[in-house]
Design a protein around this ligand. Sequence first.
Ligand SMILES: [Zn+2]
Length: 324
Amino acid sequence: MKKTLPIFLTFFLFLALAACGPVNGPQTTAAPEPAASASETEAPAGTTPEETHLQPEEGWQVITIEGVEMLWDGYKVKEPDIRLDIDSMCFADFGEDFFTESYPVETERYTLCEGEIMETEVVHIKAEVPGPVLYIVAGVHGDEIAAWYAGRLLRSATLKAGELYIVAPANANGAKNRTRYVTGTQDMNRSFPGSPDGNEAERIANAIYRDIERVQPFLVFDLHEAIVYTEGRDFLGSNLIYTILDNIDDLFFDMLFATQDGDLCSNAFSSNGPGPKGSINNTVANELGIPVITVETFRGFPIERRVSDQLAIVQYALEYVEMR
Ligand SMILES: [Zn+2]
């Protein structure tokens, strides 16, 4: 693990420099890293790098899920540190195949719950060619970082056809405070369809709900993350949740099977449903007849892997309906 980290970081840095740096000026190639000295690469006596493992901590035991070691307290996993400045990053930082081609688009932005603690922005991207309309709600729970990080990146996507709406983070106050809730213990994902006269979670839920009703997308993506792992129970960490699949059943099952065949995402996803009462998944499906796919990545994995999986799912859908 330790041995591969510098290689990964170098690769990562190179991608970041190659893809996100200023576009003017000649292309340069990163100089090769000097070889590490023997003392840096030598494993401690009696061990090999492969034997370097996470150490258990007080109250936490080490478990391995999908090849990744993580700490677990019997209920939740410990999320690895996240030190990314997402607004200075780009698709290529999370995988070289993301959104490589660029198309001319028009972009407009508008605000929901203006002037309130829940204020957030919707970005509307419109291709020159008419086509399907997709709506992405990223980060209804503010502490599910990879969900709204993916949403932030998707704001700079371009399209061959159709229209994309993105609200990221959907729960702006929760994202600022790194909490699930909008404020106090108000859970937006139990507050749909909400009300303009309700509490903070109900007001932002209603603003998003009404916007989806106005836009009438063929599909809503609802990007989330899971942190709970319970032995012997369904693993919600790599999961696609649906309530209805009207007109998207081919897309849904091809996408799900692509993860299970190893062609999409870093591990197999499972599926379940319906979404719980008051969730965007359940409410938009049952009240508006619009299918919602909730994507759950797992907070025990490194952030790059989680954002990459979120992007891969969205890109797969965009390509499937020929928006890209
Ligand atoms: Zn969530």
